[in-house]
Design a protein around this ligand. Structure first.
Ligand code: XUL
Ligand code: CO
Length: 437
């Protein structure tokens, strides 16, 4: 079979290399903190951006053709599979993620969509075997088609709910067939545009009903991986119910779903919610809800989900710091839910953008391990809370203290009781000194 991309396998050449098609920091087999870099990072390609997005935006048509030399629609989708696996194997990416609609055309009916999927899935399976590439997670696109204009499982229309159920059922079956270790729910339009037309209580209840059915069916057909919810505060809807990790945790707990779901944290969604990427990761880890990551970055001058490839090393460092401290990935990984800019419109850019993201996360991993080994941040934090290790603090932590005992104790205190400096700037300078050596 002829190659689609005229590019050689991308290798690690080290930081002094000027070869654009080489890794400068990502050395997949190198062992760091007891594990190969590739096993810490578990990079994944997002099928929708890399094989489908053609640069179309609100103001203009596509700038890159992703039919990969084919004309007939099913032939195009088959060719996308070959392009995907050639690209992943040349980049050394061992995982991928997809929506049902990314891998096969919807056609004119649900039957047609599903029979198209049945043609493509065996080709994907055969390519996975050929290249040793695995499925990180699958999902269903229940937000693009106009039938989902008011949402899917939170739609006012029960028929939309039912149609989404059929899509999720099939997407779960495909995920199991391909041995996927995760299944994602990103609430595309599960939210509202105006409360004037919205029954928020019913929409939330129905969303929980839908998730429960999906978990039941997934487990019934042998899905052993993790279910994830991917929080996002807005876009496409004005308000999305899965606003951020805290909101999703509260929702899951209300409906008794907290044991079934973990978070798929996306960097750009975190910043849209007014948080840092690190905040969302940290919150998920302390709630035993850390699952997987959609690795990208936003632009702080823009208020939308730009899905840029991650190149900000401070962000990747702090993200990897939280991930490594929490024990690293189990079923999850770093999925590049990212697209090269509309103006980066060549096949070369598909590679260069992934290389940039992979190197940025490799640097993040290296820096995170250095920060942990350096130990000054951990030591500072431990000392900062030392008052809870003994005396009244230990009584608070152990549950021995009551409001009365604390009040009695407080009356014995003398002086202004000003706590010690938080030394933020000093800690930021530690970060710089560890990153830059
Ligand atoms: C949209 C987004 C999705 C999910 C999967 O913002 O992040 O691509 O990752 O549906
Ligand atoms: Co995403």
């Amino acid at each position: 079979m002829n190659e689609i991309f005229n590019i050689k396998k991308v290798e690690y050449e080290g930081p002094t290399s000027k070869n654009p098609f080489a890794f400068k920091y990502y050395d997949p087999e190198k062992v760091i903190a007891g594990k190969k870099m590739k096993d810490h990072l578990r990079f994944s390609m997002a099928y929708w951006h890399t094989l489908c997005a053609d640069g179309t935006d609100m103001f203009g048509v596509g700038t890159i053709n992703k039919s990969f030399g084919k004309q007939e629609v099913m032939e195009i989708y088959k060719q996308k599979v070959y392009a995907a696996f050639e690209l992943m194997s040349k980049l050394g990416i061992e995982y991928f993620c997809f929506h049902d609609k990314d891998i096969a055309p919807e056609g004119d009916s649900l039957d047609e969509f599903q029979s198209n999927l049945d043609v493509i899935v065996p080709i994907i399976k055969e390519q996975m075997k050929k290249y040793g590439i695995k499925l990180l997670w699958g999902t269903a696109n229940c937000f693009s088609n106009p039938r989902y204009m008011h949402g899917a499982s939170t739609s006012c229309a029960a028929d939309s709910f039912a149609y989404a159920a059929a899509q999720v059922k099939k997407a779960l079956e495909i995920t199991v067939e391909l041995g996927g270790t995760g299944y994602v729910f990103w609430g595309g339009r599960e939210g509202y545009e105006t409360l004037l037309n919205t029954n928020m209580g019913l929409e939330n209840d129905n969303y929980a009903r839908f998730l429960k059915m999906a978990v039941e069916y997934g487990r019934k057909i042998g899905f052993k991986g993790d279910f994830y919810i991917e929080p996002k505060p807005k876009e496409p809807t004005k308000h999305q119910y899965d606003f951020d990790t805290a909101t999703v945790l509260a929702f899951l707990r209300k409906y008794g779903l907290e044991k079934d779901f973990k978070m798929n944290i996306e960097a750009n969604h975190a910043t849209l919610a007014g948080h840092t990427f690190e905040h969302e990761l940290y919150l998920a880890t302390i709630n035993n809800a850390f699952g997987s990551v959609d690795a990208n970055q936003g632009d702080c001058q823009l208020g939308w989900d730009t899905d840029q490839f991650p190149t900000n090393v401070y962000e990747t460092t702090l993200a990897m710091y939280r991930i490594i401290k929490a024990g690293g990935f189990t079923n999850g990984g770093l999925n590049f839910d990212a697209k090269a800019r509309r103006g980066s419109n060549t096949y070369d850019d598909l590679f260069l953008s992934h290389i940039a993201g992979m190197d940025a996360f490799a640097l993040g991993l290296i820096n995170a391990c250095k920060l942990i080994e350096d130990g000054r941040l951990d030591k500072f934090v431990n000392e900062r809370y030392a008052s809870y290790n003994t005396g009244i603090g230990a009584d608070i932590v152990s549950g021995k203290a009551t409001l009365e005992s604390l009040a009695e104790y407080a009356h014995t205190l003398k002086g202004d009781l000003i706590p010690e400096s938080g030394k933020q700037e000093y800690l930021e300078s530690i970060l710089n000194s560890v990153i830059f050596g």
